[in-house]
Design a binder for this molecule. Sequence first.
Ligand code: BF8
Length: 654
Amino acid sequence: MAGVEKKSIDPASLKMIEKAASDEVSLAFDRAAALKPCPIGAEGSCCSNCSMGPCRIPLPRGREETPEEKRRRRGVCGATAETIAARNFVRMIAAGTAAHSDHGRKVTEVFLATARGKTPGYEIKDEQKLLQLAMDFGVEIGDRSNEAIATDIGQIALNEFGKQEGELLFLRRAPLKRQELWRRLGVAPRGIDREVVEAMHRTHMGVDQDYQNLLLQGTRTALADGWGGSMMATELQDVMFGTPAPVFSQINLGVLKEDEVNIIIHGHEPQLAEMMAVVAQDPEMAQYAKSKGAEGINLAGMCCTANEILMRHGVPIAGNFLQQELAIVTGAVEAMVVDVQCIMQGLADVAQCYHTKIMTTDPRAKIQGASHIEFDEHNAVESAKAIIKAAIDNFPNRGKNVQIPKEKSDLIAGFSHETINYLLGGIFRASYRPLNDNIINGRIRGVAGVVGCNNPRVTHDMQLEMVKELIKNDVLVLQTGCAAMASAKAGLMVPEAATEYAGHGLASVCEAVGIPPVLHMGACIDNSRILMAATAMVKDGGLGDDISDLPVAGAAPEWMSEKAIAIGQYFVASGVFTVFGVTWPTTGSKELTDFLFKDLEKLYGGMWAFEPDPIKAAQLMISHIDKKRKALGIDKARERVLYDMAMRRELEAV
Ligand code: BF8
């Protein structure tokens, strides 16, 4: 894993990696090459949860361990390899859930303040979704104002985080069979914060020392993310900022402009980015930019904040996780404005070599060496203006060492669960019926979610290979996060990509509906949209009565974040086969790894797998999809499909 031969498959990134080398700037790629990953930590065999250790109990290398070695392989307290690896794994889930859910809480607070009229500049944009939420939460609608309804919803939503008893309200959105399974296994989350706290408690020294029992709490915590904190963030953001609908935009470092003030907004929470997207259009700001010698203001996104404002406003994306430092290396970025999560501390060092200002905006995330301009949602317009002005003021400091790669690609984003519903079924009969029908008749083999990060331990954007393999085999791909950006950069998120890259069956459906074969569903919290899409497929009928019956699979081929582990676990517990690349964090315990890879299927119908080769991983997903098709009795239908011209014409006529 230490020596990655090719740093990126993205030409724009490769150019900037080269420029960084000639500018003598150190990047994450260089630090990854210089820092060998700790093999003991990587396999989950290091416990640092108390000061009797850290206890490092690695597996013997290159041979099976003897029973005697296994008996002796224990921490000072006697903790086994199973307990240690499970504790570490559950703590990753807890941290990932905390990150998504603290984002969800912040959005909920802003939502409630908006309902109460305390955040000028924000409004309730999607009334239909507001009313849907009112029904989900049992809030009276009648002839009450949107603000009154939203106030009740906001209070109930906020309560979901601190609730101590009962179960999360969004669980009721899942297929009935799934809900019953969660209740039977005791993993239905009570309150979001409670599950994170209990996970931390049970992984403390001397508490839960049965790996299967630890994993029960890990699962309950992960479900509190997917069907709790993340779903809350997605839903309330949609109500406030609008539910995404198809929108055209562009992606890659080539979206930066030579003659304009380039401001990159990076992180995860969209409140500030939304306001910046509005304020950047303000003629007063444009005038101010002109006064400093710039032709205008060019706002571009990075990481999941980028996905949020792309989905709702078509704001272009400068790049994904491993491009954050590279954007600064162009020498053309006046300000990188960051909120929370996935922001490398290395940005501050890289920025020292150019004129870029790193501006932190959230009291929860400050970086030494960055300037801090706090964003206040109660005074959002003024806060956004102050940040944009500071960026404009930096334009005259731009040096001569500027090189903006030409590469940028078109994409269509905005495929929320609701949009897919409309696109497939039409406004008056919105449904997933056409998708289910095309799965049943075999034109579409199945559906895959390919999500997650970049990781310098593997070639940047190599997940593209997986996505191409899937669509070539007629698997419709749904994407979020940085994975979505890799596909968009390679031109897979335009309708024409169906003809060029997809198998005949999938291409024929995409051409008939006018959609790309790879659909951008948003940021990482929007994996909740994929849960809703899967549930809609179950509810539409013909593909079994639970998510675990569907011919679907999930993957995060370049994962790096604890959030990815939380996401994977809630997908597995929702019934989805999920394969991760890069490295697997529990290999120090064969028993635990077998439990995650095999036994979970008996409990949840979904399980984990690890395969670092993206093509082989895609094939695992396709095999799983075929297994599910067979169980549903629709494998034969697919074999009968011969894609001759007559069939294509018939489809096009539909
Ligand atoms: O939440 S995909 S690198 S940016 S963690 Fe981070 Fe991973 Fe990107 Fe978004 Ni998700």
